[in-house]
Design a protein around this ligand. Structure first.
Ligand SMILES: C[S@@+](CC[C@H](N)C(=O)[O-])C[C@H]1O[C@@H](n2cnc3c(N)ncnc32)[C@H](O)[C@@H]1O
Length: 377
């Protein structure tokens, strides 16, 4: 049964326990949200789907509760991050990471001798977005990571590497794509990589004692408008948060991370739904946003088991200067798809711990928890 008494204001809660704080990612769930929904509406051995898994918050909470998790995201970095955040490492692998960190500290001390041998990685826009000293240190660290054979260790170190890219680049911040002069000194890139590696390893060690390794984690770097790789009626519960239209460009803010890691940029750029790139240009009207959501909801409906629930967290947006009350839009189309609306809980965005843009709430926009079940017909 779906009760209407669901809390989704976690202001003041610790949202960064275990590996939840690994790597920046915009508009993450407070982990308490999927945690509480999974506790109430899913059981051990069942399967949760998050078709916009982002940093993998739902997936990690599922594994902690013995629930199998399927994550889909158009952003390749999101898939790598979700994997690392939810993957325990054996003691042997933890030791190899510690040795890697120690060796890097030595290399940092002997950098004067290593530096002349470095040819910086050739990535598009390098000289505009990175100082030469930073690019050299990044190139060296990445070369050392690439030499590691074990994929779990390599992926962990790639996430550490990716997490520092915006900070050491000329990109102003994770949510502002403008070049600024940060005057980053020699050594800083090594030092920040090492300190993040130590911090993240501590968190993964803590996680490794808690995760239920019998659960399955399956990830797809794909567009959720087409989930053909997931069987009909196979999912017990969906917990997800699609983008809030015209608010972010996930592909853009992560562009240099992906270029350094040789992850595909274009796939996310052309298939991300609701991006600022699409809707700030006034090229598209809100119908395009509705059409994309309909495709996603049809797929969520197809893969969900009958009478099972889907929890969607989504925010209002402004498209062509008009406020889009997304709860009303969704209410209108979901029953034709075969969902029953069980409840919609709306809240002013300023009440939320995941608030990322203070001007967002001022415009009268709300965030909604939309609770649906798949009808039996
Ligand atoms: C609000 S974020 C999800 C954050 C997530 N709940 C978390 O806790 O990290 C929305 C995600 O949707 C992804 N996305 C956008 N368009 C997509 C599409 N067509 N298919 C799959 N994922 C998409 C973005 O890359 C982004 O990671």
């Amino acid at each position: 049964m779906i009760t209407t008494n669901i809390e989704f204001n976690f202001k003041g809660s610790n949202t960064s326990y275990l590996t939840h704080s690994l790597h920046p990612y915009p508009a993450k769930f407070p982990p308490q949200l999927p945690q509480s929904l999974l506790k109430q509406f899913a059981g051990v051995g069942q399967t949760v789907l998050d078709p916009f898994c982002g940093s993998g918050t739902t997936l990690l909470e599922a594994r902690l509760q013995g629930i199998n998790a399927i994550g889909v995201d158009v952003n390749g970095l999101s898939i790598l991050l979700s994997k690392v955040k939810s993957t325990p490492l054996t003691q042997e692998k933890q030791i190899i990471i510690k040795q890697f960190i120690t060796q890097l500290e030595k290399d940092n001390s002997g950098w004067k001798n290593i530096r002349p041998q470095i040819t910086t990685k050739n990535i598009e826009g390098l000289s505009h977005w990175f100082q030469l000293n930073v690019a050299e240190e990044l190139t060296y660290i990445l070369q050392e990571i690439t030499k590691i054979e074990d994929n779990e260790i390599k992926d962990f170190l790639k996430i550490v590497f990716s997490s520092i890219i915006v900070k050491v680049s000329n990109q102003d911040s994770d949510t502002r794509f403008a070049a600024v002069n940060k005057n980053i000194l020699d050594d800083f890139t090594f030092k920040i990589f090492i300190s993040k590696a130590v911090e993240y390893l501590k968190r993964v060690v803590e996680l490794s004692n808690k995760i239920d390794t019998k659960t399955e984690l399956t990830l797809f770097n794909a567009d959720s408008r087409n989930l053909s790789f997931i069987t009909d009626n196979s999912i017990d519960i969906i917990i997800t948060s699609p983008p809030y239209a015209n608010t972010y460009d996930y592909y853009l803010y992560h562009k240099f991370r992906k270029r350094w890691l040789d992850l595909d940029v274009k796939f996310a750029q052309y298939n991300e739904i609701g991006s600022r790139r699409q809707f700030s240009s006034l090229k598209h009207d809100s119908q395009k946003w509705t059409d994309d959501l309909i495709l996603c909801f049809k797929e969520m409906h197809r893969v969900l088991k009958i009478n099972h629930p889907a929890f969607i967290i989504i925010g209002d947006s402004v498209i062509k200067q008009k406020i889009i009350k997304i709860d009303e839009v969704i209410k209108e189309f979901v029953s034709n798809i075969g969902f029953e609306v069980k409840d919609i809980i709306s809240s002013d965005l300023s009440n939320h711990s995941r608030i990322f843009n203070p001007t967002f709430a001022k415009k009268g926009k709300k965030e909604h928890l939309i609770i649906l079940t798949k009808k039996n017909d």
